[in-house]
Design a protein around this ligand. Structure first.
Ligand code: GLU
Length: 414
């Protein structure tokens, strides 16, 4: 899976490098991550046995600031995938003009098979192992697939215990009680809505009454379904790993969420027709949001999609070979490094508040988030028009230029 993810990142970088006429040395520097740390994570399970997991933390580029990026727990994770996700963070933070570089980390494990105590021990031992390269001015983790505020609290506590002082700026996506920011958990979804709204405006379409389809109903897809339906859209289909549901008149998102809370999946929800998770791609709609894992839109899926706009809430949902198919079919794509950047932008606000020791009001966070998303969307849209390319290419061009400017300004050590 993930050698493909890393290759996809390099393909996007190479294409952007050519269009931006990037200096060859800078281009080569960006083709390799700055550092990759692989650690062994031995953990005592509840039955008394010891299981040895593998974890990684990667700093792709830290020229523009400390490394920034999430921590994911997933049974299929490997070094190449973490490298790819770290590089995407370099481009995402540059695109949003946040003073960070790109990092990512995670542990190859299946959190569904771990008890809460085991999960805590995995988190704490992993954090301890990667702690030499973490810190508020070095690298700041955040939630990602299968991690949340509770995991971030364990991470922050472990780092703080190791260093002997409380470090609120060392992790983002923390609970409010230990220095988290308001609006963090819904920020990625809010940013996706901002992108959908801006794209509909540019395309001369109206959100109200339009149909949305969501692949994934987790941390991002869940809150986004609520936001889209409050914005007046009909959320006609939702899928997750258990199955999918469809209702042409629009699903009652609150009722779907209650059903998921009770049963663990959207499958079997009574307020819609059951369909297979895969048939989500065949549904006619104005907006399609892949909000789960990477690599799901291949060339076959790209031929089947019947949406006018795709907003990539997940990281890397579209395989590079599928993009030309979407282009040929005139399907507009708001790429991941823009569409899901609301999360890391809220992380930046959380980090800034922690470093200042001065929390901001709710509306300040929400308004600054909206402004950053709007501003970045406009920059990418304008560049796509000037270059005559799609938004994914344009987003990479804008991002790569910013990183390259920073590398040139700092020069090469020694
Ligand atoms: N995991 C999120 C992402 O992929 C957020 C990262 C962060 O806030 O550092 O963008």
């Amino acid at each position: 899976m993930s050698a493909r993810a890393w290759k996809a990142v390099l393909d996007h970088l190479d294409e952007a490098a050519e269009l931006a006429k990037l200096d060859g040395d800078v281009h080569r520097m960006l083709r390799t991550p700055r550092r990759l740390m692989e650690v062994s994570v031995p953990v005592r399970l509840d039955d008394g046995s010891v299981e040895v997991f593998t974890g990684w933390r990667v700093h792709h580029d830290t020229t523009r600031g400390p490394g920034k990026g999430g921590i994911r727990f997933h049974p299929d994770l490997d070094a190449d995938e973490v490298k790819a996700l770290a590089a995407m963070m370099t481009f995402k933070t540059a695109l949003l003009d946040l003073p960070f570089g790109g990092a990512k980390g995670g542990v190859r494990c299946d959190p569904r098979r771990l008890s809460l105590n085991e999960l805590e021990r995995v988190t704490r031992r992993f954090t301890y192992e990667i702690s030499p390269i973490l810190g508020p001015e070095a690298d700041i983790p955040a939630p990602d697939v299968n991690t949340d505020g509770r995991v971030m609290a364990w991470l922050m506590d472990t780092l703080s215990m190791v260093q002997g002082r409380t470090l609120p700026g060392s992790v983002t996506g923390k609970p409010l009680s230990i220095g988290g920011t308001r609006n963090h958990s819904g920020a990625t979804s809010a940013g996706c809505l901002d992108c959908a709204r801006a794209a509909f405006r540019e395309l001369g379409m109206s959100l109200v009454g339009s149909r949305a389809v969501l692949q994934g109903f987790g941390k991002v897809g869940g809150p986004l379904a609520f936001l889209l339906s409050s914005a007046g859209m009909r959320v006609v289909a939702i899928s997750d790993i258990g199955g999918a549901v469809y209702n042409e008149g629009g699903l009652d998102v609150g009722a779907v969420a209650d059903h998921v809370a009770e049963t663990g999946s959207v499958a079997g929800f009574g307020g819609g027709e059951p369909i297979s998770a895969d048939s989500i791609w065949d549904i006619e709609c104005e907006l399609l949001v892949p909000a789960a894992l990477g690599g799901v839109i291949d060339t076959d899926v790209a031929e089947r999609i019947r949406a006018q706009l795709i907003v990539e809430a997940a990281n890397g949902p579209t395989r590079p070979e599928a993009q030309p198919v979407l282009d040929r079919r005139d399907i507009v794509v708001v790429p991941d490094i823009l569409a899901n950047a609301g999360g890391v932008t809220a992380s930046y606000f959380e980090w800034a508040q922690a470093q200042q020791g001065y929390p901001w009001e709710d509306q300040v966070v929400a308004e600054r988030l909206r402004q950053r998303m709007e501003h970045s969307f406009t920059a990418v849209w304008a560049r796509a028009q000037t270059l005559g390319v799609g938004m994914r290419t344009a987003a990479h061009v804008v991002a790569v230029e910013r990183v390259a400017d920073a590398i040139t300004a700092r020069g090469l050590f020694p």
